[in-house]
Design a protein around this ligand. Structure first.
Ligand code: NAD
Length: 256
């Protein structure tokens, strides 16, 4: 085992929803391992990817920012082509864009259910399909779906989220089966609670803190960097024999 097994020099990666949290940390980690990085974000959050590109470029990483709403099926292929045109290839896709709904199942309406599924599951499928169209011609590629511990086990107040992430984990297996012959590996990564700007107030709430301390064997939420480390592994030559896998970064949440 050498350090170069984790080297991504020459690879081109696209990370969706990269403005903050896990996506932002992933773009930085992939860049630090030598990849060129395209970061996408909702148009209204373009200032975040713009500042990320500045940060990456300042560190010597080739980077570009593009607007992408993963619900906008008509624009997804165009975005993938833009990346291929700019960098010459597309080797790694990280389907990170995601949304959350914290609501009792009896109160959830159809629109709310569809919104979670459209972003977390259908969006990841459409992005994978558009990226794979490029990867098939290259005869190589790697897709990483950011799922969740809540795709493996259920939890209260999160029915559509659990369904979408469970679907994403099994979509990962189905695509891994279909696309292995083209040299495309498809894997999922399933974090426990990860602290970010949006949920920090929740994680600091004492009831939630107690849930984390009791449920996560390691007694704390994960950091975006700890999830990014797993993504870098799955993207790297070190994981050349890994496909159809769901890598839990859950501190033991699903072990009991
Ligand atoms: N934070 C957690 O506790 C946690 C735990 C497990 C899994 N995850 C998953 O990790 C991923 C990243 O979440 P995060 O914690 O970094 O939160 P985050 O809110 O920082 O990141 C989510 C990103 O997705 C983007 N996004 C939302 N809807 C989109 C759309 N329609 N099109 C394109 N982008 C869209 C957001 O703008 C945001 O940048 C998500 O898929 C989330 O479900 C998060």
């Amino acid at each position: 085992m050498t350090v170069s097994m984790f080297d991504l020099k020459g690879a081109v990666a696209l990370v969706t929803g990269a403005g903050s949290g896990i996506g932002r940390a992933t773009a930085k980690a992939l860049g630090a391992h030598g990849a060129k990085v395209a970061v996408t974000e909702l148009a209204g959050r373009g200032d975040l990817t713009k500042s990320l590109v500045e940060e990456l470029s300042g560190g010597g990483v080739e980077a570009m920012a593009i607007s992408l709403d993963v619900r906008a099926s008509m624009t997804i292929s165009h975005v993938m082509s833009q990346v291929q045109l700019h960098f010459g290839t597309l080797d790694i896709l990280v389907n990170n864009a995601g949304t959350q709904l914290f609501k009792a199942a009896l109160d959830i309406d159809e629109e709310e259910f569809d919104e979670v599924m459209n972003v977390n599951l259908k969006g990841a499928f459409l992005c994978s399909q558009a990226a794979a169209a490029i990867m098939v011609d290259q005869k190589r590629g790697c897709i990483i779906n950011v799922a969740s511990q809540h795709g493996v086990v259920g939890n209260r107040m999160r029915a559509p989220y659990c369904a979408s992430k469970g679907g994403l984990i099994n979509l990962t297996r189905a695509l891994a089966i279909e696309w292995a012959e083209f040299g495309i590996r498809v894997n999922a990564i399933s974090p426990t609670f990860v602290e970010n700007e949006t949920n920090r107030h929740l994680i600091e709430n004492s009831e939630f803190k107690q849930q984390i301390q009791q449920g996560v064997l390691l007694g704390r939420a994960a950091t975006p960097t700890e999830v990014a480390a797993g993504i870098c592994y799955l993207a790297s030559p070190a994981a050349a024999m890994v496909t159809g896998h769901n890598l839990l970064i859950d501190g033991g949440w699903t072990a009991h």
